[in-house]
Write a protein that binds this ligand. Structure first.
Ligand SMILES: [Zn+2]
Length: 433
């Protein structure tokens, strides 16, 4: 059964109707329509009658999610339920804007994220969204690349199909996909916070390396992935493709070229986090990288971006690929000098024009990586001179290498020289080295 254009369905609890415009697509659980409700366009997901395993529980859970509201802006969240009719029901959510493409298309190379900054922004948004979801005591349950949408130009993220989001311990009968599950969940355990950490690590690995962390030589050898093989590779004996102590599942040239090419481009601190997640973290859940740790790691990664004169973005980690103080631009091959760094207690920001300071850099105890508090700028008259502009709303105290000091008011800038000390209004201290 499909609804024709013009079909009207009553919205639950409101007494008024939505009007179907056109069918947009179809998934395993139901059909999605573009509809109009109260003169605004929405997407309606309508469930196929009889496909939900626990329809009562599912309905109650969905209703509660609507009342709780979205945990973070990236969630394309259920907004209104319809009345039950024709043996089923549906819910309304915002329409997904055209600029977003599915993560599946990115993994299949139909779409490409070109800029590091966009990729890091996507990673940060996914991590922030999971932190917010966990704060509500919920888990996603049905993580897979068909549920994530990205704007490849800037890394904006939309997380869709949120009808399976449920509190920890509640299982709505959604199986999920083995490739995204923690090994213990593949083997039948209930998902929890730490299994979500594993799934999050898989998601982030896919985003950065466009390859699956557990799919290498060993998996290629089992010609087709039957259910039994899936349980073996993702459940019983998963092996990380870059496990330093086990080379049995290395990426295969010609098949896993992305993993081979992209792995060395990232700073060691980030690679180490993935190694920990997919080696020790396979058996010892408490060793997995938590969502808050991922947040800090991706803030650090964003701090490493240096834009070359050609416009190409590079990572400038001190212990990075070359290690000798210079590195080559990935886009044009020019030799770039390792930048000065602004070191705080927790972070180290590459002093490169365009890089920004955020509240997490300048305020004690803050992990807010979105509120801009400063920016690295070029002097307009002399582009070789760089400075740091105070974009926060409180003055900074700075100490120059010669012992003099001055106050940098909001909107004003200081030169970015080695040896300068800064005490930000938010309490953090920094030194340029
Ligand atoms: Zn370049």
């Amino acid at each position: 059964m499909e609804f024709e254009s013009g079909h009207r369905i009553k919205v639950a609890g409101a007494g008024d109707f939505l009007t179907v415009q056109e069918k947009l697509g179809e998934g395993g659980q139901g059909t999605v329509y573009r509809v109009v409700y109260r003169e605004k366009e929405y997407a309606l997901k309508w469930f196929f009658p009889g496909t939900l395993k626990c329809p009562e529980e599912f309905h109650v859970n969905l209703k509660r999610n609507i009342l709780d509201g979205p945990p973070a802006p990236a969630f394309l969240w259920p907004l209104f339920l319809t009345e039950e009719t024709e043996g089923s029901f549906g819910y309304l959510m915002e329409l997904r804007p055209q600029r977003f493409c599915s993560f599946t298309d990115i993994l299949n190379a139909k779409e490409r994220i070109v800029k590091h900054s966009a990729r890091v922004n996507a990673a940060l948004t996914i991590v922030e969204s999971f932190i917010a979801l966990h704060r509500q005591g919920k888990s996603y349950q049905d993580l897979n690349d068909g549920n994530f949408f990205l704007d490849p130009s800037d890394g904006s993220v939309l997380i869709c199909d949120n009808d399976n989001v449920a509190p920890y311990g509640v299982n709505l009968g959604i199986a999920g996909k083995c490739r995204y599950m923690a090994p213990e969940v593949v083997l039948g355990e209930k998902p929890g916070m730490q299994s979500d950490y594993f799934s999050l690590a898989v998601m982030l690995f896919l985003l950065l390396f466009l390859s699956h962390p557990l799919e290498g030589e060993k998996v290629i050898k089992s010609v087709c992935l039957t259910d039994r093989h899936e349980v073996r590779h993702y459940g019983n004996s998963p092996v990380f493709i870059f496990d330093p102590a086990n080379a049995s599942n290395r990426p295969v040239r010609g098949v896993h070229n992305n993993a081979i090419a992209l792995w060395p481009l990232y700073p060691a601190f980030l690679r180490e986090a993935f190694v920990r997640s997919f080696t020790e973290g396979i058996q010892r859940k408490e060793r997995r990288v938590s969502d808050n740790e991922w947040l800090r790691l991706f803030i650090r990664l964003r701090d490493e971006i240096v834009v070359c004169g050609c416009g190409g973005e590079n990572f400038a980690c001190p212990e990075g690929p070359s290690g000798d103080g210079t590195f080559r631009c990935l886009s044009c091959g020019a030799a770039l000098t390792a930048p000065l760094r602004l070191n705080t207690q927790k972070f180290s920001v590459a002093i490169a024009p365009g890089n920004r300071l955020y509240d997490c850099h300048t305020s004690e105890g803050s992990m807010d990586c979105r509120t801009v508090t400063g920016e690295i700028i070029r002097n307009k008259k002399n582009p070789a001179l760089w400075g740091i502009r105070n974009l926060s709303d409180s003055p900074w105290n700075t100490g120059m290498p010669d012992g003099t000091g001055r106050e940098v008011l909001p909107g004003a800038a200081l030169p970015a020289f080695r040896g300068i000390h800064i005490v930000f209004g938010g309490g953090c201290r920094a030194e340029i080295v």
